[in-house]
Structure formats: structure tokens, C-alpha cells
Design a protein around this ligand. Structure first.
Ligand code: ADP
Length: 493
């Protein structure tokens, strides 16, 4: 593989420009890490006009024509630079001047989403051609840009600029596949001969992610365990056979985290700073958190933190079945932050009034409180039913807040099970997706807190020393790029 790669990253989200989930964090951090390792990365994004304000955006190219089926669409391109990475924004009022990224104010998906993101993906490749950027790698993310590998193989195989590009597709959550009415297929310009069950056709509809999996030179998801899980029907939402067909070309790469923002030794949002060598600040953070959430001022009672979207995936309906027995039977406190499902919001929002001093909760989105909870708690609970990677448990490790997790996806890969015989480990894991298992694992953590203090201290030190930096994950992506390049050459030959 070349020592200096040219990479075109095509995504519908990227921090700090547009975010709805973890995809934005990955696309915000990975290009910077690749660039720091000596590679040239450009990131191509939709120019959403209602999502945040981007400074220093310069007009770059206008107009740019993009053929969709037999219709020529027009757009403009703007650009900016950050940390040596060049960002391009595809501007189209018709498609990107909207209330939010994917849905209207009533949370209804935009009807023309397949056209919006099909167009965006074609435009991104057109831009590479128009500016003569010949990428070694085109890196696409999730269903929104999953057509990029397909366009490369169907239309650009003999293109002087794009013919050598190998493609990588990253799946951030397989629950979202982009399945739409086949009436949109003609517009996408993918040829009807490819509307077959092994490629785009899915029970009469068009499935973007499925087609992307077929055409990509390499597919990955965001943790090794989630990669294994999604090879089975229980996790893959219908795509397991297609992922299994990829063989060794479907892999898992754990996400990195941004320690510039999530490390208690540099975190300016928390009441006091601390580190592995000096933990005094953590006690101060605990005290301030108890005050802020109106919890009893008890330094020696463990606090269990939760920061989560309140959705079925996160297993918080399981916790709802046992949180009250836990508070009755164990000497613990809870600090809960989340928003989402109205029933869960109502339930968790009402607990502080019923258990004053023992349960504190805030319903809503609050980044500062999220940092306070990571810093001030003793344990962090994530009973997820599935978790492609998960970030909060990785943050918790660095803040010495031991994760209590269901051993699924990235939770399995990032938390080491406590061993009562030796005192090793970085957290507490359970496998069964049941309220019973949540109760007993919380009980195990709480008894360790009170009865095996020396083990707990050792675990905190070990957790704080774990390293999930982007530098490491970027190295893994470079290996994946090299594997994709070999596959591309093999298909040409
Ligand atoms: P997911 O992407 O499935 O929501 P992750 O654990 O990967 O779960 O990432 C969650 C991210 O969102 C974390 O950075 C977390 O701190 C943040 N977060 C989630 N809910 C809230 C909230 N209510 N307030 C503040 N931050 C939140």
C-alpha cells in the first residue's frame, strides 16, 4: 500500500457541523487522526442550512451538475479547513434546506430521503472528479452514503480519476438500513439489472445498506463483538446472510474517544480535576453532584450514574422493573440523565419525588451534567440490549467510574470482567437480558464497594489507565484500507 493515502470520506454527519448520533463523532475524529498519521483526507458532507452555523465557509464550485437517472440536478459546493482536513459541503436548497437532518418537526422521515442521500452520494463522487482528487480509498458511512461503493463499481470503473479507488463501508447501527419504495430506484441510476435480492432488492423495496454491503471492498462495524453478533439473525435485522457472504471482509473496529474533552485531568466542565495519581478531586465532584441532584450528602454511599437516550435499545425498561427494589434493599444512590421515550421520561423523571435523597434525575439533554455524572459517580450502568460500540462506558473508565454493563457489542469489548479471586478487571458484566440480571449485577458491584474496598481501588486505577484513543483506531482503519485495496485489485484482475 502507498505510504501516503488519499482518502475521501463521505458522510451525512460530522461533528461539529451536523450531528444526530455517534456517526458524527467518528467522522469528526477519524479524519483528524488519519491526517496526523500522514495521510490526506477530504470529508464531503451535505450543506444543511438549518443545522448550526459554520464559520469561514468559502464558495468553491458553482454550479455542479450531477446526473441522477436521466435527470441532471444542480448544486453548489462550499469548503473550509480544520486541523489540516479539507471539508466540502454539497449545497442544494431543494434537498438540504430542512428543519432537521432526516425528519420533520413531528419526527416523520422526509419522504424524499432516498433521493436526498442518493443525490448527495453521487454529487460527492462527481466532486472528486471535478477537482481531480483521485482517492485511494472512498470511505462511506451507514445507509445514507452506502451507495458510494455501488456507484464506483457500476459507473466509475473506467473513470480516470476514480477507477483506482477501493471502497470501505462502515455500519454504525444496523437497525437503520434505508429501505424505501422501489419507485425511487430509477432516480438513483443504479440500473434495473442490479435490482436483485443479492444486491438492492429487499421484499420489493430498495435497501441502500444491503446494496452497499454487496459492492464495498470491505465492510466494518464499530466493535468486534457487534461484528460477530450481526452475523446472526438475532441482531442483523435481515442482513446476516449478506454479511456472512463477505467472509473475512466484514470486520469490527472499536471507535476511539476524544480525550481532549473526556478526561478528568483536563475537563473544564467538572467541579474539580483529578487523575489516576491524584483522586482527591473525584471526591469533590461526588459532593457537588450530590448537591446538584439533591442527593443525600453521604461521601461513602456509592452513586450509580446513567446517561442515555431513553429508548428500548438501552435496556432502561429492564432497570425500571428493579430500580425500586435496588433502592429499598441496597444502600445506593442514582444519578440519571436522559431523554427520549415519553413513558420512560415520565417514570425516571418522577423517581426523585418518590425517593428523595436517593434518586436524582434530569430529563433532557445536558452536556455539562453528563460530565458531572461521569466524574462524580462510583459506577455507571448500561444494561443495553444491543450496543454497536457505546461511548459512555469508555468515558466512565477514564473517570474511574466503573461500568456495570450487559456484555453485548462494544460493551463486551471495552469492559474487563471483575474477578473476585484476584481483584482484576475494570467493571461488572452480565449476559442475560433480564431485570433479574440487572438487579444481581448491581448488587455485586455494590457489595464490592462496601466489602472489597482494596479490589475496588485497584479496579479504578486499572480502568483509568485504559486507552481508547483515536490514534489506535485510526491504525486499524489503515489496515482495513489496505485489505480493501487488495480486494479491489483482485476484483479488477
Ligand atoms: P448512542 O450513540 O447510542 O446514543 P453512546 O454511548 O455511543 O450511545 O453515545 C452517547 C453520547 O451521547 C455520549 O456522548 C453521551 O454523553 C451523550 N448523551 C446521551 N444522552 C444525553 C443527555 N441526555 N444529555 C447529555 N448527553 C447525552
Amino acid at each position: 500500500m502507498k505510504s501516503k493515502l488519499k482518502i475521501a470520506m463521505i458522510s451525512s454527519e460530522c461533528v461539529p457541523f451536523a450531528k444526530s448520533g455517534g456517526l458524527a463523532d467518528v467522522v469528526g475524529a477519524l479524519p483528524k487522526a488519519l491526517q496526523a498519521l500522514g495521510h490526506k483526507v477530504i470529508v464531503i458532507l451535505p450543506g444543511y442550512t438549518h443545522n448550526g452555523h459554520v464559520n469561514n465557509l468559502r464558495p468553491f464550485l458553482s454550479p455542479m451538475g450531477v446526473w441522477m437517472g436521466d435527470i441532471e440536478e444542480w448544486c453548489a459546493v462550499q469548503t473550509t479547513e480544520r486541523d489540516g482536513v479539507t471539508f466540502y459541503f454539497i449545497q442544494s436548497d431543494k434537498y438540504f434546506d430542512r428543519y432537521a437532518l432526516y425528519h420533520d418537526a413531528d419526527f416523520n422521515d422526509y419522504q424524499d430521503n432516498p433521493r436526498r442521500f442518493g443525490f448527495f452520494t453521487r454529487a460527492a463522487l462527481q466532486l472528486c472528479r471535478d477537482i481531480g482528487f483521485a482517492p485511494d480509498i472512498v470511505h462511506a458511512h451507514d445507509w445514507q452514503t452506502a451507495l458510494a461503493p455501488a456507484y464506483l463499481k457500476i459507473w466509475h470503473w473506467d473513470d480516470p480519476v476514480l477507477n483506482e479507488a477501493a471502497s470501505v463501508l462502515t455500519i454504525h447501527n444496523i437497525a437503520y438500513q434505508g429501505v424505501y419504495n422501489a419507485a425511487h430506484y430509477g432516480y438513483l441510476g443504479l440500473q434495473w439489472s442490479n435490482f436483485t435480492p443479492d444486491k438492492f432488492e429487499d421484499h420489493g423495496q430498495v435497501n441502500f445498506l444491503k446494496g452497499g454491503i454487496y459492492y464495498a471492498d470491505l465492510v466494518n462495524t464499530v466493535s468486534p463483538t457487534y461484528a460477530q453478533e450481526t452475523r446472526t439473525s438475532a441482531f442483523a435485522h435481515g442482513l446476516a446472510p449478506y454479511l456472512n457472504k463477505k467472509g473475512d471482509d466484514y470486520i469490527g473496529i472499536i471507535n476511539g474517544v476524544d480525550y481532549d474533552h473526556w478526561d478528568p485531568s483536563v475537563d473544564n466542565l467538572i467541579p474539580a480535576r483529578f487523575s489516576r495519581r491524584s483522586l482527591a478531586g473525584k471526591a469533590a465532584c461526588k459532593r457537588e453532584l450530590q448537591r446538584r441532584l439533591l442527593l443525600d450528602d453521604e461521601p461513602d454511599v456509592p452513586i450509580i450514574g446513567i446517561i442515555s437516550r431513553l429508548v428500548h435499545q438501552k435496556g432502561l425498561d429492564l432497570l425500571a422493573q428493579v430500580i425500586e427494589p435496588i433502592v429499598h434493599n441496597m444502600h445506593v444512590q442514582f444519578a440519571i440523565l436522559g431523554s427520549g421515550d415519553k413513558g420512560l421520561e415520565w417514570y425516571y423523571g418522577g423517581l426523585p419525588a418518590r425517593y428523595p435523597g436517593e434518586i436524582g434525575s434530569f430529563i433532557g439533554y445536558n452536556n455539562e451534567l453528563a460530565h458531572w455524572i461521569e466524574a462524580g459517580c462510583d459506577f455507571f450502568l448500561m444494561p443495553s440490549l444491543f450496543e454497536p460500540c457505546g461511548l459512555n462506558q469508555i468515558y466512565s473508565l477514564r473517570y474511574g467510574t466503573l461500568p456495570i454493563v450487559r456484555a453485548t457489542g462494544g460493551l463486551e469489548d471495552t469492559v474487563q470482567q471483575y474477578d473476585e479471586a484476584t481483584g482484576t478487571g475494570t467493571g461488572f458484566k452480565f449476559w442475560e437480558p433480564s431485570a433479574h440480571a440487572v438487579y444481581h449485577t448491581v448488587g455485586w458491584a455494590v457489595s464490592t464497594y462496601y466489602d472489597r474496598r482494596h479490589h475496588l481501588k485497584e479496579m479504578v486505577r486499572s480502568a483509568m489507565g485504559q486507552n481508547f484513543s483515536w490514534k489506535r483506531s485510526a491504525q486499524r482503519y489503515l489496515e482495513a484500507y489496505s485489505q480493501a485495496t487488495v480486494n479491489k485489485i483482485l476484483t479488477l484482475g
